[in-house]
Design a protein around this ligand. Structure first.
Ligand code: ADP
Ligand code: MG
Length: 684
């Protein structure tokens, strides 16, 4: 029997070589192995007789193997054999897989999964010996497909997982054993078993729900503990700011604040005048003026003799922020901190705003800031302290983000955060004109794009976002392949259109960018993009997110129905960055009525938060945080859009808290990845 903590070396079938491969992948215990989650399942459960084989259907056959053969065609080795059952026989074929033949040396019944080609053979089928008294592993069932572990053949990995789940006991199913009522959830042990070797599609869903519950409860408890801890600190530097002065703040700016900015600023200033440290999220679309609000908060802190820090995701952004803030606040003392300068940082007595990447965090004890701001930090301060920052006193914390986190989620899960929303753009901003393009108008749309790109009134660039085919991994092979195909197609299309003189002004240069290209290739393309030598960029959803191209004014999104509305909105935010009129074209081949309705709604709505709420209400279908790399999508099992489950997890957590139960999931360490980094500096 294995428990969650059993070292992998004790598992049957894991010798030193495999142990090493697993260890290299960070897997040393049964628990870690069980959290190597299938990214999909192949349905090989349909058992048929040879006589009933149909071309192209994945099925499993059972029978005897005759005439196993190994031969060469040029440099390729080919293996062939014949499977016979009582209804007939069919030819099997493999390439470069001599070992498969060895398995047929034993006289036994074999299970064979694969699909019949139109030439009457089954090519590259999966084979396994039929066991009278055991489950099949690779055939005849829903078969788990795992992310690859280097040095481990897929079949071996699956076999070891089967061995583990067949002999697994989870004694510390602490949620089931707690005094909390769980309504109809499966036991943890069973859910782990079903996750890997499900008895049916439905079992996959219920197993994942049970595991998601475990994860959400842990997360909500974390948040709760953080809130308690945060409140108890109660020693942040409170600035004295009489309420009637609030209205004066910001008067010196070159523009009047929007009403939303004013409201948010008030909320922030109110927090800053308390000794309970602020932990607030300032949420607003790109360009809504978050930085200006943050700058005003800093201005108040600085005028009360307190240093401030602004942490940015990249060095370039630090530079940009420093410059634009200096323009807005000419008197402010701003210092850009790089990882080099951080090492010998001199903290003067003049109140200063330090702007830089997380390198600043290593100098916090010298700076002793009164206010710490994270820009576009997507982790929302869920984390616990994992290292002491050596601070004497607790800074106030403000996180700026353009990720639309629905209020509902914040209230249930991130209850330790207060929320301010800038739900209004400064006047004069042009919303991105968005259209759902009917399929019949595709060619017209390309012609329009070509003309738009060749207008000489302004710089122009188009981004084409490929469908998210495989959500399991952002740069999954399928996604990249789709991008490559589309790139070929578009290159050809624009060349033809040019030959037919559909537009004027020289050839349109199309480029491809995705995460599986070498760093060097990526760099070359990126450089050409910024130099505007590229007119159309075809890319996968993920790479594109990191790019900030001021000239980009058109975005085309393929298979738009696969994205959540909030994700679409964030993609749309990538164009028109320089204030020019920008356009978003959605394509979909889906004929479903609700898809069209939803996308149409998207085209008419420009409020990211509203779109995120809509995503949330449509249970499960979309992924709010789909294309962003941040803490929220690092959940192992839970899906933010499953509001029902989130609510259930909240109920369970509230009960645990009410009963003063100090609960820990036996899987906790695996869930903790979102809390490992040190982003919530706490004073000693
Ligand atoms: P965010 O950080 O939310 O993306 P910024 O604070 O960088 O947005 O603001 C975007 C641009 O709009 C900046 O150039 C900023 O100076 C300007 N801006 C901010 N607030 C206003 C306002 N109320 N009126 C006009 N322009 C504004
Ligand atoms: Mg910004």
């Amino acid at each position: 029997m294995y428990s969650l903590s059993t070292p992998l070396s004790r598992v049957k079938g894991v010798g030193p070589a495999l142990e090493k491969s697993f260890a290299d992948a960070g897997i040393t215990t049964v628990k870690e192995l069980l959290l190597h989650i299938p990214f999909r399942y192949e349905d090989r459960s349909s058992r048929v007789k040879v006589a009933d084989l149909k071309v192209g259907e994945v099925v499993t056959l059972m029978g005897k193997i005759l005439n196993p053969r190994n031969f060469y065609k040029g440099r390729r080795s080919i293996q062939s054999a014949t499977l016979v059952d009582e209804s007939g026989k069919v030819k099997l074929m493999w390439f470069n897989n001599p070992h498969v033949i060895d398995r047929f040396r034993v006289a036994a019944d074999f299970l064979v999964s694969g699909k019949l080609s139109d030439r009457g053979t089954i090519v590259q089928p999966t084979v396994e010996t039929f066991k009278q008294d055991g489950d099949s592993v690779h055939t005849g069932r829903l078969v788990p497909i795992y992310p690859t572990i280097v040095g481990l053949p897929a079949g071996t990995l699956r076999k070891i997982l089967k061995e583990v789940v067949d002999h697994l006991t989870v004694k510390n199913d602490s949620l089931a054993q707690s005094r909390v009522e769980l309504h109809g959830f499966m036991a943890l042990e069973e859910s782990l078993r079903q996750l890997h070797f499900p008895a049916s599609e439905e079992k996959i869903v219920t197993a994942r729900e049970r595991l998601a519950l475990e994860e959400l409860v842990q997360l909500i408890l974390h948040s709760h503990q953080l809130k308690e801890q945060w409140r108890s600190l109660n020693q942040a530097p409170a600035i004295e700011l009489p309420a009637k002065q609030f209205g004066q703040v910001g008067k010196a700016l070159p523009f009047p604040l929007t009403a939303a900015q004013q409201r948010c600023l008030q909320e922030v200033l109110t927090d800053l005048s308390q000794t309970v440290p602020m932990n607030r999220l300032l949420l607003g679309d790109v360009g809504s003026g978050k930085t200006a609000v943050a700058g005003l908060a800093c201005q108040q802190m600085l005028s009360h003799g307190l240093h401030c820090c602004l942490i940015t995701p990249t060095q370039i952004l630090a530079q940009q922020h420093a410059q634009s803030l200096q323009k807005l606040f000419p008197e402010m003392k701003i210092a850009v901190v790089t990882s080099q300068t951080a090492k010998k940082l001199e903290v003067s007595t003049v109140p200063t705003l330090f702007v830089g990447t997380h390198a600043i965090l290593s100098r916090l004890s010298e700076i002793e800031p009164g206010l710490l701001i994270y820009d576009e930090q997507h982790r929302f301060g869920v984390s616990q302290r994992s290292a002491a920052f050596g601070l004497q006193r607790q800074p106030h914390l403000l996180t700026l983000t353009a990720t639309p986190i629905p209020r509902t989620l914040l209230l249930t899960i991130f209850s330790h955060l207060s929320l301010s929303v800038i739900d209004e753009l400064p006047p004069g901003r042009k919303p991105v004109k968005s259209w759902l393009v009917p399929n019949g108008k595709r060619e017209d749309a390309y012609a329009w794009i070509a003309k738009e790109l060749r207008k000489d009134t302004q710089a122009a660039q188009a981004l084409v976002i490929c469908p998210f085919i495989d959500h399991s991994e952002n740069e999954a092979f399928e996604n990249v392949a789709a991008a490559a195909d589309l790139y070929e197609e578009l290159s050809e299309k624009f060349t033809q259109m040019e030959a037919q003189r559909t537009f004027e002004g020289g050839p349109i240069k199309v480029e491809l960018l995705h995460g599986r290209m070498s760093k060097k290739e990526q760099q070359a393309v990126t450089q050409d993009l910024f130099a505007q030598k590229v007119d159309v960029l075809v890319t996968t959803p993920i790479v594109e997110v990191g790019l900030d191209l001021p000239a980009a004014n058109i975005i085309v999104i393929e298979a738009a129905e696969r994205f959540g509305l909030a994700s679409l909105h964030q993609l749309r935010g990538r164009v028109g960055r320089a204030g020019q009129q920008a356009y978003c074209l959605l394509f979909t081949t889906s004929k479903a009525l609700n898809v069209k309705e939803r996308l149409q709604q998207f085209c008419e709505t420009h409020d990211g938060l509203k779109l995120a709420e809509q995503d949330l209400q449509r249970r499960g279908a979309g992924d709010i945080f789909g294309t962003q790399q941040h803490g929220l999508d690092q959940l192992l099992f839970a899906n933010w859009t499953n509001l029902q489950l989130v609510t259930e997890a909240k109920r369970v957590t509230d009960q645990l808290i009410a009963q003063h139960q100090d609960w820990h999931s036996p899987l906790e360490s695996a869930f903790a990845h979102y809390s490992q980094d040190e982003q919530v500096p706490l004073a000693n």
